[in-house]
Design a protein around this ligand. Structure first.
Ligand code: SAH
Length: 248
């Protein structure tokens, strides 16, 4: 399914322009955390574009430590959607209504994430919001930004069914000698690279059906322009094998 209706009725069909584009360390879907704030070391930028690239739109926004981002799942949009999906939290084999999940494959491919606002940088030409804790693919189009307001947005005793608790971050991460040497080299430009790799791998990016199981496959993931190879050495330990620069 793709089109919800063929209605051209203005009340039921809307056209929006992106107001910003995300710059993110996540250059591919694999290994992006499944929600924001699980990987605090992930830092990105919200680059305002078009008519929204005007510092007046973000005047006083620094008063808020966190922001809601509404965005388009542009990386999966073309794949359409189905009424039932298999959430990873249910092991990837039980079907649930799409609107009862945070799946990317939705009738309207709109995502929402709370991220931390670190600082606002404005030059004559460009307004940029520096953010962290993001779960967004590089290049994600943003359709709205709103302040996070805890008194209304945080409902402490809310029931969250199969997603009540934060997923276990059970994996321990160790670096090979070779990976440690690369870290020394790359940490000059990013002092939190080791922490970012560690936090991403702790989440166990493997498909849901592999979690909690031994696995001898060598995986590769990309962060910025780096390719990171890793492998499980026990059911709960990941070894980072090597970190190499990807030449384009
Ligand atoms: N916090 C959001 C997203 C949850 S799904 C929400 O609840 O709506 C999180 C997954 O979205 C990530 O694991 C990543 O694989 C995927 N994702 C992030 N940005 C994306 C994009 N631009 N296009 C497609 N998928 C994306």
């Amino acid at each position: 399914m793709s089109n919800l209706s063929d209605s051209t009725d203005e009340v039921q069909s809307f056209k929006f322009d992106a107001i910003a584009v995300i710059e993110s360390p996540y250059r591919e879907k694999f290994a992006i955390p499944r929600q924001p704030n699980l990987v605090s070391a992930a830092k990105g930028k919200l680059v305002l574009i078009g008519a929204a690239n005007n510092h007046e739109l973000v005047r006083d926004i620094e008063q808020f430590s966190h922001l809601w981002l509404l965005f388009v799942f542009h990386g999966t949009q073309a794949q359409g959607w189905k009424p039932l999906v298999r959430p990873p939290r249910l092991g990837g084999n039980k079907k649930t209504g799409v609107l009862a999940t945070r799946s990317t494959f939705r009738p309207n491919p709109i995502g929402m994430s709370v991220v931390k606002l670190d600082k606002v940088v404005t030059t004559k030409q460009q307004t940029v919001l520096h953010i962290s804790g993001l779960d967004l693919l590089d290049g994600t189009p943003i359709v709205d930004i709103k302040p996070y307001v805890p008194y209304s947005d945080a409902i402490i005793n809310a029931d969250a069914g199969f997603a009540q608790e934060q997923p276990d971050t059970a994996l321990s991460v160790v670096f090979s000698e070779q990976a440690k040497m690369s870290l020394i080299q790359y940490e000059q430009r990013d002092s939190e690279l080791a922490l970012l790799i560690e936090q991403v791998l702790q989440q166990d990016p493997r498909p849901a059906y592999k979690q909690g199981k031994n696995d001898d496959k060598v995986y590769g993931m990309s962060l910025y322009d780096l390719n990171i190879q890793w492998q499980l050495t026990s059911f709960n330990t990941v070894l980072v094998l090597n970190i190499t620069h990807v030449t384009q």
